[in-house]
Structures are given as C-alpha cells and as structure tokens.
Design a protein around this ligand. Structure first.
Ligand code: FES
Length: 635
C-alpha cells in the first residue's frame, strides 16, 4: 500500500503512514495524543484537527458546523490519509502531558491515624540483592557452577526455602562467574514460596530497585523505589496511551475484543506507556533496566487484564465476569517491560469486574481492614469505586461516574496541571469571576476540583437551577451567560484572559454530565449503606483517594451533593492510594499477602441488581439532592 507523509503542527512532527490511516492513529504514531472520548466512533467531537493542506478523506463529520468544515476542521478519528498532509492539532484536542502528584510521594506509609504501615507489616521487599564470594572450582572440588552458587547463597540467606534459577540466567552464568572472579552480586526474588535468582553480576554496591505502578484508565504513575531503604527515588506519570482508544474502560474493551490485532495494539499501548516512564526515570537516575528487580502493579480489573493481554470481553457482558481475580506473577520478559528480564511483575488481586486491584491496593493503604472504626473509602477516578467497612466486614461497589472529574467529556475539561482552573468564585450579583489557576498562568481549561467548585458557585449565583438548567434571564443580565447554536454556557474566562482565541466556558451539557457523575457516586454511597443497614452519620471516617480527590474541596463537594453532609473533620485525603498500596506491597511481603486476604474479604455489591441504586441515582440528580434533609448544612 502506498505511503504518505503527515506533518503535525505546530510540533513539526512528520510521520510516514500507509494510505487510509486515520489521522488519530497517525498522530499517536507521531507521539501526539489526541483526545478521543468516544474511542473513535465519531460521536464525541473531541478529536478535532485542522487539515491545512493535502489530501484527506473524511467519512464522518459529527456535528462540525459548515464554517468549521470550510476552515478544514475534521474529526481525526474519521479522516483518512490520501496523500501528503499538513495537519494542525489545536491545544484543546490534545491530551496534555500529565504531572504526577508529588506532594506526598516520599511520605512514610502512614495512615491518617499515624500508624506506620511498613513497620506494622514488617520490612521485607519482594526482591533483594546479596553480595557473596563463591569458592573457585579445582580438580578436587569439581562441583558445578550452580551448585557452588546455590550453596553459598543458602549459607548467606540462612534459609531453607527453595532456591531456583531460570534457564536464561543459567545460560550466561559460567562466563559471569569467571569474569567476576567469583565475587558476585546476586539479585533474587524473596517470596514466601522461595527464592529465584534473577541476575548475577560482578560484586558491586549499587542499590537494587523496584517499581510501584498505578495503571489507571486515564493516567499511569510509576515510582522508583530503593528496595534497601524503601525510599521513593524518582517518580513519573503520563497519560495512558490507551486513551486513544476511548476515555473509559468500556470503550477500551469494545476496541480490544474487536480483533486479535486490536487486543495486541491496546496491550502494547499501556506497556509502552510504562516503558516510556521507566526509561525517563532510568535516564535521570543514570540506571539501567538491570537495576530493577521487581514491580507491583495496581490497576482496575480491565486495566490489569489488558496489561497482561487477557481478553476482557466478559467484563462488560452480563453477568460481568473477569477472567481472573488473582493473577500469578509474570516475568518482565513475558510482558515486554524494561526491567531485569526475569524480574517478577506482581499484579494486585481484584474483587470483581468493576472493583479492581487499585481499590484493593488503596484499601490496604487506608488500613481499613484493621480498623475498629467504620470507614468509607472512595476512589474518584474515571470510575467511582467505594468500599465501606472495618476489621470485621467490608463491602464494595463501583458506580460509573464517567471521566468528568478527570476532565473527560467536559468541553474545557483537563487534569490538574498548570493552566487548569482549580478554584472559581462568582459574584452572585455582577457574575464577575475570580479564578485560581494551577501554576498561576493564563487558564487553559478546568480540572475536577475546579468543576466541583464551579458547579457549587453556578448554583449559588442562580446561574443554574437545582436540576442544572441555565437561567438565561439572570437579573445581572451578564454577557457571561449566553445561548449558543446548540447549548447554553457560562464564560469563565474571556479569550483575551485565556491568551487564546476562545473563551473558556462551562456549558449546560457539561453541567448535566457533572450532575450525573456526582449523582452516581452519592447513589453508590447510599446503596452500600443500605446494604448493611447503616445511616450516613454512622460513618466514622471518610478517606478519599485518587488524583482528583487530593484537590477536592469538601465544602463544595457537599454543596453539590457529591459527598455526604458530615463534619469536615471526618474527611481525609490519601492522594494516589493505588500507588501507595503498590509501594507497600513491594516493600513488605506480609502486606502483599494481606492484599490477597483483603480482596477475598471484600464483598462486592452489584448495583445493577434491583432498583436501589437507580432510585438513589435519580434522587441524586439535583443540587445537592431531591431530599434536602440529607444535606442540612446546604442552604
Ligand atoms: Fe473522534 Fe470521538 S469523535 S474520537
């Protein structure tokens, strides 16, 4: 098939692709990631690009206006290369580089009640490095190389656990031993079931590292952890490259199960994401993949299965069954991760199709399974997962909140990063707006915490009613409230303030999406409480995890009916609980074993059974709720 060059602007990135390749795919191959909320179905309109010159064929134009079409604006998912092209990708269509939450990265693994979990579980990393000296063979001492090495290792390890060595390490062992003059550093797994030699090299005192990895639907975060000290040496995060196949797990599953090629492509996308992050860290730290001996991955069930290349088809089909809840460790070589080839990758066990390893990991980090108090743990990410309970019982559920709070499906939605509006103040009379922007620069979009804040302020100022309908006849007669061709919107920042050619707005459609998202989470909380016959005020602590949760304003969240109306002091933020739990497991074998128990102990409540959730959801589609007695503090 004929090949053509596509030049992406303003990056000046040129890529050669086959005729008929979609611009969305070509951009991804060029390392430019375009928003694709609907997974390329041509329905969301998020993937707009402008064809500046050259030949392209568009199969679908969505709701692009005649004016946009005349300017060359196209849906990149449904526009195909037919000749050499120059294409501009506007900022609002791009998945921006993601910044990891850094503020608590090196904090001790403490719960909010100040219990040091690492001390509690005991320090015992899943892999380690030992330095040994083997005796050289002679004519009278002619034991084989592996025998000599294993005898010395057992002596140093002082353990009678089984000790094994894979063929790939054996194949290079004779030369390594002799080149090292029998003075060796040996990296090995250290599991309850035994030791496995991962790598043998000349003796050195370089530390041995592991990775704690949170594979989220939207973002991926990698921590490099020194296995000797437990310290986080470096960390990096980025968008999950799978985002090009859709914003949510359902779009990803639909894409993956379409063909074997798609399955391989979507698995490669996430493995590539992790590898790029690892490479960045290794380069910064002047390390190589040979220094990394282990990894613990926490992700939702779909992400875990896709990462491992396991077909996720039945996760989305009733009765919603995952292929596996507890996966055996696999080698980095099998998955294609850039660690020591024989290093083991441990994947957190899941509870059900929609309560995955990331939640088990987060629950471990909250220590709720050892608590006397009744704790509500909420992880607000692309989905909203909720766990309720204490040391005696745990129930969990998942509610499809959608990606709004991570910026998905919102016109100017973005993650919390420089340029994101994180706080909004609206004068109820003049409707003048004051914004707080991450990085104190011109606003580019609005992040989850800004959206929560904005929703609360829009209602307070009477710009929207309790159902989220815009009030065009607002007494202020402000030009900020306006009707467009197919929606209504409120201007948060004028184009000149935003330093671009567009006003930053929140539309009625955005507001309705946000109300549905917050309604789903609150309905999930109420449904879980009803399952165990508890009232909201019986919750003793509410722990909020997830990147978005870390910036959440509790007062505003209660005002819009996202979180229960409880005293402020009951709320705690744990940040990225998923990667915290992954680090804990990486550094403590006992904690890792506990994770498996925790997953088994958690009862999963399927919200689609019965009418409880739906009734609660419908009641929650108001600001803050149809039943105002649930929100006594909200005026
Ligand atoms: Fe192209 Fe949704 S319209 S990805």
């Amino acid at each position: 098939m004929e090949k053509f060059q596509v030049k992406f602007m303003p990056d000046q990135q040129v890529i050669e692709v086959e005729q008929g390749t979609s611009l969305l795919k070509a951009a991804s191959q060029a390392g430019i990631f375009i928003k694709s909320s609907c997974g390329g179905k041509g329905t969301c309109g998020a993937c707009k690009v402008t064809v500046i010159s050259g030949e392209a064929k568009s199969e679908r134009t969505g709701n692009l206006s005649p004016e946009q079409l005349s300017r060359g604006v196209r849906l990149s998912c449904h526009t195909f290369v037919e000749g050499d092209l120059t294409v501009e990708v506007p900022p609002e269509s791009r998945l921006q580089a993601h910044q990891v939450l850094l503020e608590d990265a090196n904090a001790a693994l403490l719960t909010e009640t100040s219990k040091d979990l690492l001390t509690y579980y005991g320090y015992h990393p899943l892999a380690r490095k030992v330095n040994i000296r083997c005796s050289e063979p002679t004519l009278t001492d002619n034991a084989g190389d592996w025998t000599r090495l294993s005898i010395e290792l057992k002596r140093v390890l002082q353990s009678d656990k089984p000790l094994t060595i894979p063929l790939s390490v054996l194949q290079t062992l004779p030369e390594t031993l002799r080149q090292a003059h029998w003075d060796l550093s040996v990296i090995l797994t250290d599991l309850e079931s035994g030791y496995t030699v991962l790598h043998v090299e000349p003796a050195n005192d370089r530390p041995c590292y592991g990775l704690a990895i949170d594979v989220g639907t939207t973002t991926v975060v990698v921590y490099l952890v020194d296995l000797d000290s437990g310290e986080i040496v470096d960390k990096q995060g980025s968008y999950n490259k799978q985002a090009q196949f859709g914003d949510d797990v359902i779009s990803r599953i639909v894409y993956a199960v379409d063909s074997t090629e798609n399955m391989a492509e979507i698995q490669k996308a996430v493995v590539d994401t992790v590898n790029v992050l690892i490479e960045g860290i290794l380069e910064r730290q002047s390390l190589t993949s040979q220094n990394i001996a282990s990894a613990v991955i926490a992700g939702n069930t779909t992400m875990s299965q896709l990462f491992l290349g396991i077909n996720p088809r039945y996760i989305r089909l009733e009765p919603y069954i995952p292929t596996v809840n507890s996966t055996p460790a696999v080698s980095a070589r099998e998955i294609g991760l850039r660690l020591l080839p024989e290093a083991l990758i441990h994947t957190y066990p899941s509870v059900a199709s929609y309560v995955g390893g990331d939640i088990v990991s987060g629950a471990l980090a909250t220590d709720m399974a050892n608590s006397d108090e009744i704790i509500l743990f909420i992880d607000i990410g692309t989905n909203g997962e909720i766990v309720l309970g204490n040391k005696d019982w745990l129930v969990s559920c998942a509610c499809s909140a959608g990606p709004c709070f991570e910026g998905g499906g919102i016109l100017f939605g973005m993650r919390a990063m420089p340029g994101a509006i994180e706080r909004v103040d609206i004068d109820p009379e003049s409707l003048d707006v004051k914004l707080k922007v991450v990085g104190k620069i011109a606003p580019v979009g609005i992040c989850g915490s800004g959206l929560v804040d904005c929703l609360a302020k829009l209602r307070k100022a009477g710009i929207i009613d309790r159902a989220g309908n815009f009030q065009l006849e607002h007494p202020s007669q402000s030009a900020r409230i306006r009707a467009t061709e197919d929606d209504k919107e409120f201007v948060l920042a004028w184009a000149h303030q935003a330093g671009g050619d567009k006003d930053i707005v929140i539309s009625e459609n955005d507001v309705k999406n946000l109300i549905r998202a917050k309604g789903a989470i609150y309905a999930g909380i109420r449904s879980l409480l009803q399952t165990v016959a508890l009232e909201i005020d019986m919750i003793e602590r509410i722990v909020i995890g997830g990147g978005f949760g870390n910036y959440l304003n509790v007062h505003d969240s209660v005002e819009i009916g996202l979180l229960p109306d409880l005293p402020q002091e009951k709320f705690e933020f744990i940040g990225n609980s998923s990667v915290k739990g992954a680090r804990l497991a990486l550094l403590s074998q006992k904690a890792w074993n506990e994770a498996a128990d925790l997953a088994r102990k958690m009862t999963y409540i399927e919200l689609s059974i019965g009418t409880t959730f739906m009734d609660e959801f419908v009641s929650a589609l108001f600001l803050p709720h149809t039943d105002l007695s649930l929100f006594p503090s909200v005026e």
